[in-house]
Ligand binder design. Structure first.
Ligand code: AMP
Length: 304
């Protein structure tokens, strides 16, 4: 089983959706990613929190077997994100971003983290993503996420990251902003020509598309009766995807497709509740069952 390293944010999120709201709840790209991936493999985490971050959140991550040696606690306040979703649940509207301790964060990488099999660069400042990338032995797979905040604000640094990335996992709005084109197929072609070998575009309730130079694979989102809070869907998708790759060590096309479905399964559970609440009670058995439901959902016969 390959070691998986993640760098990203740990946060207090304040979120409003048409179905309720949650104030200062556990969130952050690294938190969601690591928790989802921990169902598949062991995860090492690099992030920063402030003095205000309660120990019980860390106890939860430890209970999932996540290694927190690389978690720094600094004086100051934890990163905070405030967002809102309308009935169009696919798009988060950021109301406020308080970087706080993330503003001056310089990741230090514990010696035992320096040779990860796989690395996930979660959504943080691309300069920090680069710093981590440059201080580990080249992993077999480097995957990366980002968001408009960085695409607009740190485009050049972001491209320096993407040149070294194997899998870029972003949503459709971010893909259009990055590629500066409305057509996702064209954006995929242009992006793949500049670095990433695979581009996964998440399209919320419409599912995902995975592009590489030769092929495109599409999977729907799981049809859910109740979506309460889409926050973390992207990161838990990435956690399921990378977790499965790290657990199997298999980079074949068939396995990348399976990883895409595991990612979709993890995202579908996450959105059923606010924060990471659904993941707290989830079992691997639940994950396998929903994976099989996905298989049935998309199965059809060939023409005779
Ligand atoms: P997603 O999976 O895309 O819904 O990511 C949601 C998480 O990203 C939330 O828990 C936020 O705390 C975190 N987040 C939002 N904005 C930023 C940012 N600018 N930098 C790092 N993390 C962020």
């Amino acid at each position: 089983m390959g070691k998986l390293l993640v760098v990203g944010s740990m946060a207090f999120d304040t979120v409003r959706t048409p179905f309720g709201e949650a104030t200062e709840v556990l969130g952050g790209s690294a938190t969601y990613f690591a928790t989802a991936a921990s169902f598949f493999t062991s995860v090492d985490l690099i992030a920063v929190v402030g003095e205000d971050f309660p120990e019980h959140h860390l106890d939860f991550l430890r209970s999932r077997g996540i290694d927190l040696t690389g978690l720094e606690r600094r004086s100051g306040k934890t990163f905070r994100w405030r967002g809102e979703y309308t009935y169009q649940l696919n798009e988060a509207h950021t109301l406020e971003t308080q970087l706080n301790v993330l503003e001056t964060f310089r990741p230090t990488i514990p010696d035992q983290y320096r040779a990860p099999d796989m690395l996930f660069l979660g959504n943080i400042d691309p300069e920090l993503q680069l710093e981590v990338l440059n201080h580990v032995h080249r992993p077999r797979v480097v995957a990366c996420d980002t968001m408009n905040f960085w695409i607009d604000g740190k485009r050049e640094a972001l491209w320096r990251v993407l040149e070294q990335v194997d899998v870029l996992i972003i949503n459709d709005g971010e893909a259009r902003a990055l590629g500066q084109d409305a057509n996702l197929v064209k954006v995929a072609k242009d992006t793949l020509a500049r670095g990433p070998k695979h581009l996964i575009i998440k399209r919320g309730e419409y599912g995902v598309l995975m592009f590489n130079e030769k092929r495109v694979f599409g999977a729907p989102a799981f049809p859910l009766e109740m979506v309460k809070d889409p926050t973390g869907a992207g990161d838990t998708f990435a956690g399921g995807f990378m977790g499965h790759l790290a657990a199997t060590g298999d980079l074949s096309d068939a396995n990348l497709r399976q990883a895409t479905i595991f990612g979709s399964v993890m995202a579908s559970f996450t959105v059923e509740a606010f924060s990471l609440d659904r993941l707290r009670t989830l079992t691997f058995h639940d994950i396998q069952n929903r994976f099989r439901e996905f298989k049935r959902l998309t199965h059809f016969e060939d023409v005779s």
